[in-house]
Ligand binder design. Structure first.
Ligand code: FAD
Length: 411
């Protein structure tokens, strides 16, 4: 690769940092510029709603690389810098201060941003979101002084924050519009497990709750009013109602965008020199035969290697089985696979569901689409193999803990 070749990575989160690492590992010796609008060097977000928020993990444990890594690997890391526009035809990016930067190939790793609550009063102080390290600091501080909070949204972030608040001794009213938390991602069978988990930990969980207004006094939130007129008093309101991919740059440049930057299995966009990875990428997945956008850590960790290799002109495809995890109270779980809402016809349990030590499988036509291990460990490899195989599996054997999963997966 000639020395004047520049690979530009926009977005210095996990995906951006891993792409820089992979480029060097793959032997790229051209220039790498990694630009991020946050002032922190690249860090991982899962601890922000878990160990770091709980106070059990220190700040230096969240970073992707040691501070010296970027200089040591000749990566030009520019923090506190926003890319305002890209011009794929001219191979140029424009920074917010007007500086122009030429590049040979571009990786969009711009991630995603929290969806904002669009009700009256939502812009008051004390209405908090969780995406960045300083958001986690602010919530941690709030939990130290608050006696009660309202959490809006029963998704992964809302539930993890709820668990952290309860661990801090704070009363929580959890407000979820659907009839159960996590309903769209897990379906009712497993959503109920999480609803019960939080009820058992003293959470005032209200499902089917429509937030109509954030109430407040002197510009500071003091509670929530629901559409049915119910009033909930709260010292702070923490909102976790999903995220939206940061596609503005791609869209303005005329790249194909549809629920993320559309990329092929090689993670190449509709422009041949522009790639995307992580939360922002809606990538064609060869195993699933369709495009999916995955908003999870493992995807941001692993896609960049494929993007980097692809940028170097080698023919590779990203086809890993999607994976994510959560920790809430004493429940740890891992999920491998992918199920569209309502796309399964059977859920099979193996183990002790009431004791929350089990594996659940989602099946369609006898084929395993996904598996989730709850407080059971070292089973993701056979679960992945089951999902990947696409073979029909006997449900009774799947439910029988005496039959090793490896045997069913044909390992
Ligand atoms: C609190 C929290 C807890 C989580 N917990 C889990 C978990 O338990 N399990 C799991 O699987 N996943 C979890 N996730 C999801 C996981 O963290 C994300 O999938 C991952 O961070 C995505 O990485 P990314 O690099 O694609 O994007 P991001 O982490 O969003 O990074 C993108 C970066 O690009 C920057 N950027 C955007 N536009 C520009 C621009 N124009 N110029 C310069 N910079 C720009 C952004 O500021 C950001 O720093 C969690 C997320 C959060 C917020």
């Amino acid at each position: 690769m000639p020395e004047d070749v520049t690979f530009l990575i926009v977005g210095a989160g996990l995906a951006g940092a891993k792409a820089a690492e992979s480029l060097r590992e793959e032997g790229f010796d051209g220039r790498i510029v990694l630009i991020g609008e946050e002032t922190e060097r690249p860090y991982e977000r899962p601890p922000l709603s878990k160990g770091y928020l709980l106070g059990t993990a220190e700040r230096d444990t969240i970073y992707v690389h040691p501070e010296t890594w970027y200089a040591e690997h000749d990566v030009d890391l520019r923090l506190g810098t926003t890319v305002a526009g890209i011009d794929p035809t001219g191979h140029q990016a424009t920074l917010a201060d007007g500086t122009r930067l030429g590049y040979t190939k571009l990786l969009l790793a711009t991630g995603s941003s929290p969806r904002r609550l669009g009700v009256p009063g939502a812009d008051q102080d004390g209405v908090l979101y969780l995406r960045r390290a300083q958001d986690s600091d602010q919530i941690k501080q709030t939990l130290q002084s608050a006696s009660r909070v309202a959490v809006v949204g029963g998704g992964w972030i809302g539930l993890e924050v709820t668990a952290a608040a309860r661990a801090a001794g704070v009363e929580v009213t959890l407000l979820e519009a659907a009839r159960l938390p996590l309903l769209a991602v897990l379906g009712p069978e497993l959503a109920e497990v999480f609803a019960e988990l939080h009820r058992e930990h003293g959470v005032d969980a209200r499902f089917g709750a429509q937030v109509a207004e954030i109430t407040g006094a002197a510009g500071r939130a003091d509670g929530v009013r629901l559409a049915d007129g119910a009033r909930i008093a709260a010292d702070a309101v923490i909102v976790g109602i999903g995220i939206a991919p940061n596609t503005r740059l791609a869209g303005a440049a005329g790249l194909k965008v549809d629920n993320g930057v559309l990329v092929d299995a090689q993670l190449r966009s509709s422009d041949p020199d522009t790639y995307a990875a992580g939360d922002v990428a809606n990538a064609f997945h060869p195993l699933l035969g369709r495009s999916i956008r995955v908003e999870h850590w493992a995807n941001a960790l692993n896609q960049p290697k494929v993007a980097a290799t692809s940028m170097l002109g080698r023919d590779v495809a990203y086809d890993r089985v999607p994976y994510f995890f959560t920790d809430q109270y004493d429940l740890g779980m891992e999920y491998s696979g992918y199920v569209e809402p309502g796309a399964y016809d059977q859920v099979v349990f193996r183990g002790d569901v009431a004791g929350r030590e089990f594996v659940a499988f989602w099946l369609a036509g006898g084929q395993v689409l996904a598996g989730m291990n709850v407080n059971v460990w070292d089973v993701t490899d056979p679960i992945r193999a089951l999902v990947r195989s696409g073979r029909g599996v006997d449900a009774a054997a799947l439910a029988d803990p005496a039959i090793p999963l490896e045997e069913l997966a044909g390992d």
